[in-house]
Design a protein around this ligand. Structure first.
Ligand code: ADP
Ligand code: MG
Length: 448
């Protein structure tokens, strides 16, 4: 029996390379706490919109915990979307269920970072690769065995591996088994979640080459999740840069690497060690840690750490070091409140905990050193210190936000097209009324 999904797919016929295969609109995936204490959900993916073209490799990069795996898993329907849609060949798959969902799943597969954890050590390699064929009742048992032998060869293993167990294999070989299993049902689209991160560098290149060969041979479409930017630069057609559940910038790989538009992309790229240390580079180091995805910043999600944050008009000419001192002080307060909050969430009402003490004066001394701080700035900083003394971090933060906050904290930046390379980025600096990212970096010569 063919499902509705299958019928529609056959009626439409297969689409050509270059057409949109996956269309993601304002997708959100939240994890409810589920515990006894309630609390805000983790906004792992918080409203992302992008397309994946048939036959391309789209890279997805960003620091650990920014939501890459959750996004990949939601595209596979291994995670239920909280909002928005995922269209696959035009069909919104977030609303599929039953046999339609099972049918659709044949088209998409996932390869995981950890080949050890994702392969059952009690099954032979042959059984592991055959499992999806059994689940989908694919052809006859004899044809399945033949298919498995063929798949092992396709990924560079041989027939003699059929009856071995995963633990008898090296990391690279285990990843080949994972890839063979993913290919069993002839999928069109693969989510590769850090497929080489757990492997030795020499083995990484071999697996990446294999993935590229397979893509060409079978016309596959990839979403390649990686934290190693070199991997992405090497094999992706386009790259999406993620931060705190949002896509900050997306565009052709060359444009992203050679001329990043978004301040977050800039800082991510400047963390890559320069092979030639004599080459001058405007290095940007991020202060602090990413905010909690339970309580993301208002406005631009990167605003609490952005070294290029737009200043309010009254402080546009303030000395750069004094401005950075204010930013550091604000970031320390935010981190302290995050910590206090998570502690409070866990022990709320149980222990009657006090907010942890914080010597704000020391922080301020550290942040400003012997800089000449103008009196209007000093006045607000002193007032914030007073709030901290009374254990009122929230009022301290509000005081500083009121005075030193800007459009970056008040308005969510739109997704704007930057340049002519087909790149899009979320940043207020792309608006005409503000100085652009690269020109700002050039002027300030970042080396922090
Ligand atoms: P990445 O793959 O970029 O490292 P993840 O998608 O794994 O990020 O995680 C994004 C956020 O969601 C993190 O804050 C993580 O702690 C949280 N998270 C991931 N999986 C779950 C889950 N099953 N339940 C609750 N929170 C989760
Ligand atoms: Mg991950």
């Amino acid at each position: 029996m063919t499902s509705l999904y299958q019928e529609q797919r056959e009626a439409d016929g297969r689409t050509e390379t270059g057409e949109t295969l996956v269309e993601v609109n304002d997708l959100k995936t939240y994890y409810e706490d589920g515990g006894l204490l309630g609390g805000d959900p983790v906004k792992a993916v918080d409203g992302v919109t992008f397309d994946i073209q048939r036959g391309e490799t789209l890279g997805l990069v960003g620091e650990s915990g920014c939501g890459k795996s959750t996004l990949g898993r939601t595209l596979m329907q291994l995670e239920t979307a909280t909002g928005g849609e995922v269209r696959y060949e035009g069909t919104d798959i977030t609303s599929l269920s039953g046999s339609d969902l099972k049918d659709w799943r044949r088209n998409v597969q996932m390869v995981f970072q950890d080949p050890d954890g994702s392969l059952n050590d009690r099954m032979t390699v042959g059984e592991i690769v055959m499992e999806p064929l059994n689940v989908h009742n694919w052809k006859t048992p004899e044809q399945r065995r033949a298919r498995v032998r063929e798949l092992l060869e396709t990924v560079g293993l041989s027939e003699e591996h059929y009856y071995r167990y995963p633990f008898q294999f090296s990391g690279g070989q285990r990843q080949r088994v994972g890839i063979a299993r993913a290919l069993a049902l002839e999928p069109d689209f693969l989510v590769l979640d850090e497929p080489v991160s757990a492997l030795d560098v020499s083995v990484q290149a071999k697996i990446l080459n294999l993935l590229e060969d397979l893509q060409e041979e079978f016309g596959l479409t990839y979403l390649l999740i990686a934290h190693d930017l070199a991997v992405v630069e090497h094999i992706c057609d386009r790259v999406a840069v993620m931060y705190l559940g949002n896509i900050m910038e997306i565009g052709p790989t060359d444009a992203i690497f050679d001329d990043p538009a978004n301040p977050y992309t800039n800082s991510l790229l400047s963390a890559i060690p320069e092979p030639d240390p004599t080459l001058e580079k405007n290095r940007i180091t991020l202060r602090g840690t990413p905010p909690s995805p339970r309580d993301p910043p208002s406005g631009c999600v990167f605003s609490t750490r952005c070294p290029l944050k737009i200043r309010p008009p009254a402080y546009r000419d303030l000395d750069e070091d004094v401005w950075q001192g204010i930013e550091i002080f604000r970031e320390v307060l935010r981190e302290r409140e995050d910590v206090a909050k998570s502690v409070r969430e866990r022990f709320r009402d149980l222990l009657g905990m006090e907010t942890e003490g914080l010597d704000a004066e020391e922080v301020v001394e550290e942040a400003f050193g012997d800089l000449d701080v103008p009196s209007d700035v000093q006045q607000h900083v002193d007032s914030a210190i007073e709030h901290v003394r009374r254990d009122d971090l929230q009022s301290a933060r509000e005081e500083l936000r009121e005075e030193f906050g800007s459009v970056c904290e008040r308005e969510e930046p739109e997704l704007l097209t930057v340049g002519d390379a087909g790149r899009q980025s979320h940043c207020h600096r792309h608006r005409e009324d503000y100085q652009g990212t690269q020109s700002y970096i050039a002027e300030h010569g970042y080396e922090r």
